[in-house]
Every structure is written in structure tokens, then in C-alpha cells.
Write a protein that binds this ligand. Structure first.
Ligand code: KG4
Ligand code: ZN
Length: 341
């Protein structure tokens, strides 16, 4: 049987992405146009700028994905597009574009939950986990533990009560004058610093619960920086190292405990923060001790991309069928974001 080829479109935040994926697992091409340079001067993503940039970049991103794969509209079977969660204007840009392409070409389209996309990113790597598995999704907007029993069925076991993990990285980076986004720069500094020279709090909350909180850690770092005055390079490295140790401690421990609670031997870490070297090393060590297998996508698939949306769209199409091809595009589409249960 011919492979099913899905075009994925992703515009939920500040990446304009298009990708072609075969059978939900093989990436034929993946294009990600980052808007970071446009947002950097503002220290974060400016929604209005993001929407405009998506409108400019969608056609070039699509052309690039088709060109790299040597394919065109006639070769694809369906279009998958992120319906949310995300910035409303950004979502609308990608969603209107994808739906117009589907309508004009008579192709089925599939609305994809961005978070379901991140969890399905592990299926784009060799040797993906079998179901069920427990996934930690840590990104700039979310920090959530899922018990995934199929590509489209994911029970939320816990989530952050305040800041997302990536958001905490970005804010600490801002406090240290290291710019936006801050995850990678803090990660690199942490590797050269010494954790334990300082002591920042770990928010365990209820020991049996799987929720997270990062605002106390962020405030502790802020107070320390304010009290310290001018910081030497070594002090900055040590702050990064202890901040990262505190964040990683809680993320890794709760992930392992969640898998133990579900009697699950397979775990995954997905989302932008999954690219963190310290987190990856710690999760692998703890999982090894607990006899669990670990699945972390390569860095290009941790951050936002359209291949994960095409993959999630493939499985959703297999399990639930396409959405209707209707030209109507009212605000009600966003109340239809596919649930994660
Ligand atoms: O998944 P993603 O690209 O976008 C969202 O859906 O939010 O995640 C972006 C987040 C940013 O907060 C960024 O600072 C963080 O992921 N991030 C990292 C690393 N690389 C990116 N955080 C920690 N360590 C990293 N190496
Ligand atoms: Zn994301």
C-alpha cells in the first residue's frame, strides 16, 4: 500500500513551520522559520508581530518543505494544522492558510492539539516507546505529565500551577542579562558552573501529587541576584548551575514517580526544555536505576516544528477520521481544539 503523506503546518507561537511526514514516522522534509530575531529586542514574543510574521513566512515555508522533499500538493493525502493552544492571532494565520489549501485542493484536513504534537514527536525517532508511556512535556508555555495510552489518548497526571519550566529559564536568563530565549544559554552556563555553592528551593508541593511550581524558584533567584549586586562570571555560572539543578531535580523526580505510580516502564521527555543537557542526563540516570527506557527526541524535534504536527495528524486521521472541509472560519473553531483525553 502507498505511504500516507501528510503536510503539517505549525504557527502557534513564534515559529512558522511546514513539514511533510510519511506514515506518521518518516520525515520527508521539515522547515522551521524562527522569528526569534524579531522578538528578541522585546525580551519575549510580541503577539501582534508574531501574527504578521507568520503571514509573511507561510508561503515560503510551504514552498521550502515541498522543494526539499521533491513533492507538491498532488503527492499529499491530507493537511494537519495546529488548532491550539497558542497565540490566537498566530494560530489563526496558520489555520486559515492550511484550511484554504485543503479547501482549494479538496484535501482532508485534521486539527491538531499542539501538545499532542509534542508528545507524538517521539514517533519521529527510531525505536519509539510502546504504549503506555509517561511523558513530561516541558516547554515555554507548558509543564505537564501525561499518561499516554495511544497517539490520541493522554491523561493529564499533573501540571504547573504557575510558570512553565521554559518560562522560568527565560525569566532567569533575563534577570542575568543573558537575553531571550534563555534555556540554551542557562543550560550551557550550568554545565560550567557548580551547583550546591548556593541553595535554591525545590517546590515538591504535595509529595504524592504531580503538579509543579516554578515561581518560588524564580523569585529566590531574583532575590539572590538583587542582594548580590555586581556578579562575577563564576557567580553567574553558579547561579545557572544551582537554578538548573533545582529545576531538573523536581522535573526528573516527578516524572519517574509518575511512571512508577502507573507501573509504566517507558518514559519520554518532549518540548523545548527536553533539549536541556542536564535534564536529559539526570532523567537517563534515574530511569536506568528504576529500570525504565527513556525517549527524548533530537533537539530539532524538541522545539516547535511541523513534523510533530503532521505525525499527530496522521494518528488522529487513522483513529478518528478527518474534520469537515467547510469554508466557514468563525471564532468557534477554537472551541473545537481536540481534547487530550
Ligand atoms: O516547545 P518550545 O519550542 O515552544 C513552546 O511550545 O513553548 O519551547 C520553547 C522553550 C523556551 O522557553 C526555551 O527557553 C526552552 O524551551 N528551551 C530550553 C532549552 N532549549 C530551549 N530550556 C532549557 N534548556 C534548553 N537547552
Ligand atoms: Zn511547543
Amino acid at each position: 500500500m502507498k505511504d500516507m503523506i501528510i503536510l503539517g503546518i505549525e504557527t502557534s507561537c513564534d515559529e512558522t513551520a511546514a513539514a511533510l511526514v510519511s506514515d506518521g514516522t518518516k520525515i520527508l522534509s521539515s522547515t522551521v522559520f524562527s522569528q526569534i530575531r524579531a522578538h528578541r529586542p522585546f525580551g519575549g514574543v510580541v503577539p501582534e508581530i508574531a501574527s504578521r510574521k507568520h503571514i509573511e513566512a507561510l508561503v515560503p515555508a510551504l514552498d521550502d518543505a515541498f522543494e526539499k522533499a521533491g513533492l507538491g500538493f498532488d503527492d499529499i493525502d491530507a493537511i494537519a494544522v495546529t488548532m491550539g493552544p497558542g497565540l490566537i492571532g498566530s494560530l489563526l494565520a496558520g489555520f486559515s492558510f492550511a484550511k484554504a489549501c485543503a479547501f482549494s485542493r479538496g484535501l482532508p484536513w485534521i486539527g491538531v492539539n499542539h501538545l499532542e504534537g509534542h508528545v507524538n514527536s517521539v514517533f519521529l525517532e527510531p525505536a519509539p516507546p510502546p504504549f503506555p508511556f509517561v511523558a513530561l512535556l516541558a516547554s515555554g508555555g507548558h509543564t505537564t505529565l501525561y499518561h499516554a495510552t495511544s497517539h490520541t489518548r493522554m491523561e493529564i497526571m499533573g501540571q504547573t500551577r504557575d510558570d512553565a519550566a521554559g518560562e522560568a529559564y527565560d525569566k532567569v536568563s533575563g534577570m542575568l542579562g543573558l537575553g531571550y530565549p534563555g534555556g540554551k544559554v542557562i543550560d550551557d552556563l550550568a554545565a560550567a558552573g557548580e551547583p550546591g555553592n548556593l541553595s535554591f528551593p525545590r517546590a515538591w508541593l504535595d509529595k504524592n501529587a504531580f503538579d509543579f511550581s516554578f515561581s518560588g524558584l524564580k523569585t529566590a533567584v531574583k532575590r539572590h541576584i538583587e542582594a548580590a549586586g555586581a556578579l562575577s562570571e563564576k557567580e553567574i555560572r553558579d547561579i545557572a548551575a544551582e537554578f538548573q539543578a533545582a529545576a531538573v531535580d523536581v522535573l526528573a523526580c516527578k516524572l519517574i514517580r509518575a511512571a512508577e505510580k502507573k507501573d509504566c516502564r517507558h518514559i519520554a521527555v518532549v518540548g523545548g526544555v527536553a533539549a536541556n543537557q542536564g535534564l536529559g542526563a539526570r532523567v537517563r540516570k534515574d530511569a536506568d536505576a528504576a529500570g525504565m527506557t527513556v525517549h527524548i527526541p533530537s533537539p530539532g524535534l524538541c522545539g516547535d516544528n511541523a513534523a510533530m504536527i503532521a505525525s499527530a495528524g496522521h494518528w488522529r486521521l487513522m483513529e478518528k477520521g478527518p474534520e469537515n472541509i467547510s469554508p466557514g472560519l468563525g471564532a468557534d473553531v477554537f472551541s473545537k481544539i481536540p481534547p487530550l483525553l
